[in-house]
Design a protein. Structure first.
Ligand SMILES: Cc1cc2nc3c(=O)[nH]c(=O)nc-3n(C[C@H](O)[C@H](O)[C@H](O)COP(=O)(O)OP(=O)(O)OC[C@H]3O[C@@H](n4cnc5c(N)ncnc54)[C@H](O)[C@@H]3O)c2cc1C
Length: 371
């Protein structure tokens, strides 16, 4: 939808026939996106709420962070889906069908085999992850954690929240099952999305997320009476395994195109950037859909280092994030997490974490890359 929205806005695509195939009619509010940006993006009309300040809590460091020039933004899945579908309906060159894709084949012309038909296209942009990343490549150079979470949107009977400040990470929770924290995303004085999130190899039993949410709302937020107005959950792959970007004229996008930042699980902004790049490549006719820049390689190395440290439990995620936020401005940290910092700025971030843990980890990753 991010790519489609940009095709709608770019005159070059007016003369193209575009087919969207999705097995889902996209009528459910199945996810909430949060991300940070400095300027309004193409989905600004559906931003539900934004914050200029966020709280960071850990057992030994807590601070309200001023995000300027960033805003932390929230979009409800259903609002984005409805927005894109409404825009799509205005364009007769775009057709949308609900069908299940079974496979692709062909290189120059790509055949898309669905449950009912075979379509042929000059370019196919694929966001289906047919296989779980662990099954793609399980060598010991690669680390695979899952970011898994359950969120409740709650409505309290009394004013309990400050809608001007979100909680970006609250680590004041047991850390024995992996890196564990809560998000609290208040959209009004009485309503907030509270999300229990872990980075670990294994998922929890469903009731464990429920118990953690109940306990946090009771004991930390101290809210006695509330109703749950929306529930969502998800699992996002956090891995340094390289995803295939392109097979012939089939170009992978979204999670299937490796657009999740391996060390944070954030994907929304990276998906937007990839969509912008693809549009540029199509319009100019250059069609370079799988080149990796120096910056991409640099941040992939950093992500591998951090994943290695987390995967092998060489240092707790809580301590890493609190060291980084304690010693750097939020603006620098968010820019680093966005893969936008210079090498000098990277060094400043790196000085925030213990060299005796991170240097050997970095050396191992550099050797892996050469090997
Ligand atoms: C609950 C949840 C919350 C998230 N929150 C954030 C967040 O706050 N910030 C952030 O940066 N990232 C977040 N993410 C991660 C990421 O941004 C989203 O998962 C994003 O939607 C990924 O986009 P995508 O295009 O890869 O996949 P999707 O948005 O899942 O789109 C894939 C589409 O393919 C369709 N499909 C799948 N298989 C087939 C098939 N065989 N045939 C036809 N259609 C098929 C699906 O119906 C779906 O519409 C979240 C993920 C989840 C699950």
């Amino acid at each position: 939808m991010s790519l489609l929205m940009r095709m709608i806005q770019e005159p070059f695509f007016q003369a193209k026939r575009i087919l969207v195939i999705d097995q889902s009619a996209k009528t459910n509010n199945d996810r909430t996106w949060c991300f940070w940006e400095t300027n309004p993006g193409i989905f600004e009309p559906v931003v539900r709420h934004h914050w200029e300040k966020v709280n960071f809590f850990s057992s030994d460091f807590s601070k309200t962070l001023d995000l300027f020039p960033y805003q932390y933004k929230m979009i409800s899945g259903i609002d984005l889906y409805t927005f894109v579908k409404t825009e799509t309906a205005k364009h007769s060159n775009i057709e949308w069908i609900t069908d299940t894709i079974l496979s692709f084949d062909g290189k120059e012309k790509v055949n898309v085999v669905t449950a009912t038909e075979i379509f042929t296209a000059s370019f196919v942009f694929n966001s289906i992850l047919f296989r779980e990343p662990a099954a793609i490549d399980a060598k010991d150079k690669n680390y695979y954690l899952k970011q898994h979470f359950k969120g409740w949107e709650i409505e309290a009977e009394r004013n309990c929240f400050d809608p001007g400040v979100a909680t970006y990470m609250d680590f004041r929770l047991a850390q024995d099952k992996g890196t564990t924290f809560m998000y609290v995303l208040p959209v009004s004085k009485t309503k907030a999305l509270v999300e229990y999130t872990l980075f670990s190899e294994n998922l929890l039993a469903d009731e464990e997320y429920t118990i953690a949410l109940q306990k946090y709302i009771d004991e930390e937020l101290k809210i006695e009476k509330y109703s749950i107005t929306h529930i969502e959950s998800g699992v996002i792959p956090m891995t340094n395994q390289r995803f295939s970007l392109q097979v012939g004229n089939m170009v992978n996008i979204g999670i299937a195109g490796g657009q999740v930042k391996p060390s944070s699980g954030y994907a929304f902004r990276f998906i937007q950037q990839r969509a912008e790049n693809i549009i540029r490549e199509l319009v100019t006719g250059a069609h370079r859909f799988s080149e990796r820049s120096f910056s991409d390689k640099k941040f992939h190395l950093y992500d591998s280092v951090l994943l290695q440290v987390l995967y092998h439990n060489k240092m707790k995620g809580e301590k890493i994030f609190s060291d980084i936020f304690r010693k750097n401005s939020a603006e620098l940290v968010f820019r680093f997490l966005d893969n936008q910092t210079s090498i000098l700025e990277d060094l400043r971030i790196m000085q925030s974490v213990p060299t005796h843990i991170f240097l050997p980890a970095a050396l191992k990753e550099m050797v892996n890359k050469i090997g």
